[in-house]
Design a protein around this ligand. Structure first.
Ligand SMILES: *Cc1c(COP(=O)(O)O)cnc(C)c1O
Length: 392
């Protein structure tokens, strides 16, 4: 048998051992963790929707009339009015002909990619794509060519030298860097080289573009430009689940072929109801995005003045680059001692030698919250200085 204990010990030695933190109460910036109050800067609840009373009320009302369980898969008898209405709203929100509601983003990527590509086909995947995309590529059994992050030239060379059915897949906003993919250029390449473009806008939806319609809408890219648009609902939308939106034909095809859609129990209808309510609020409440943009600008200014290395991101994902695993952990722990929760992200989630603190901002943060974070970062700056001196 494999020596599992030794593998875990090895992880500990390398500063790669992961532990889970237990949270009590609602998901919001003021968290209670192990009975202790912490100000959190690591959630993906970018608009502060996860604990909105309007969403709890929509879910509670739906549960009172529809019960809790999904009871069966969508193709047996699980497809409920609430799911159907949400799909129509999602199609309208994204400006697509149709949408299909999945249980999670992980399942959406696995199901969509493996349904749209197979043996003998080629998938071109950005090197920094999310794990669920990587796994979807593996599951498809297609040949996978990973191209350097955001490198349109390198991708064009690969595309021009490949025959057969081609799929290009990318995050819209990259989950650990916060930058936006060159979507207009990718759409152009896919048109020229007859490839099908799949964009996973897990972190752009709700945050970017008019009414929060996402990174694809921000650039005005149509269903022809980006035929397969995936979005997740557990981040800025504040509920749970995911969807794929696109031409009717493609959605019909996925209902027949996407195994992670077919062979799983439908989500509780109440989640779909709460999600519809959230979408309505997100479209209406531009002030949340404006406030968030203000926080992002203030954070970038403050953290760079303190000498921290930021990444070229204009989204709520604002990583502080550190490099080595132990320094990232030390910085995260020092902040936690000051009541600030900012998680260290280490390999294999990010490339080797690129450990970082992943700061995320939310419309639920106040300017005072941000000042508290910047004060904490000012006090902890010496940790980085000390490590850098050691390295020299
Ligand atoms: C979080 C994330 C997913 C997974 O979505 P879940 O609904 O949490 O399973 C997929 N893609 C990207 C880019 C993500 O960041």
């Amino acid at each position: 048998m494999r020596d599992f204990a030794a593998e875990l010990e090895h992880r500990k030695q390398a500063g790669l051992y992961r532990t889970r933190r237990q949270i009590s109460g609602p998901q919001q910036p003021a968290l209670v963790s192990d009975g202790r109050a912490l100000l959190s800067f690591c959630s993906n609840d970018y608009l502060g929707m996860a604990s909105r009373p309007e969403l709890s009320r929509a879910a509670a009302e739906s549960m009172a009339s529809n019960g809790v369980g999904g009871a069966a898969s969508h193709l047996i008898c699980g497809h409920h009015d609430a799911h159907h209405q949400l799909e129509q709203r999602l199609a309208e929100f994204t400006g697509r002909s149709a949408a299909l509601f999945f249980s999670t983003g992980y399942m959406a990527n696995m199901g969509v990619i493996s349904a749209l590509a197979g043996r003998g086909d080629t998938i071109f995947s950005d090197r920094l794509n999310h794990a669920s995309i990587i796994d979807g590529c593996i599951l498809s059994r297609a040949r996978v060519r990973r191209y350097p992050h955001g490198d349109v030239k390198a991708l064009e060379e690969l595309l021009s030298s490949t025959d057969g059915h081609k799929l290009v897949v990318t995050d819209g906003v990259f989950s650990m860097d916060g930058d936006v993919a060159p979507l207009a250029e990718l759409a152009r390449l896919c048109r020229v080289y007859d490839a099908l473009l799949v964009v996973d806008d897990a972190h752009g939806l709700g945050v970017l573009g008019p009414e929060g319609r996402g990174s694809v809408a921000e650039l005005g890219l149509s269903e022809t430009d980006v035929p397969v648009l995936i979005g997740t609902l557990g981040k800025a939308v504040g509920t749970s689940g995911a969807f794929v939106a696109g031409p009717r034909l493609l959605i019909d095809y996925l209902v027949q072929k996407a195994r992670t859609y077919i062979y799983t129990t439908a989500m509780p209808p109440a989640i779909a109801s709460a999600t519809s309510t959230s979408l309505d609020l997100i479209r209406r409440e531009q002030h949340r995005r404006d406030h968030l943009d203000g926080l992002i600008a203030a954070f970038r200014k403050g953290a760079s003045e303190l000498g921290y290395e930021l990444m070229p991101s204009r989204t709520p994902i604002q990583p502080i680059m550190v490099g080595d695993n132990w320094t990232a952990l030390a910085l995260s722990q020092a902040l936690e001692q000051r009541g600030l929760l900012v998680t260290a992200i280490r390999p294999p989630t990010v490339p080797e030698g690129e450990a970082r603190l992943r700061v995320t901002l939310s419309a639920a943060h106040t300017q005072a919250d941000l000042r508290q974070l910047l004060n904490g970062l000012a006090e902890c700056r010496q940790i980085l200085d000390a490590r850098e001196k050691q390295a020299v």
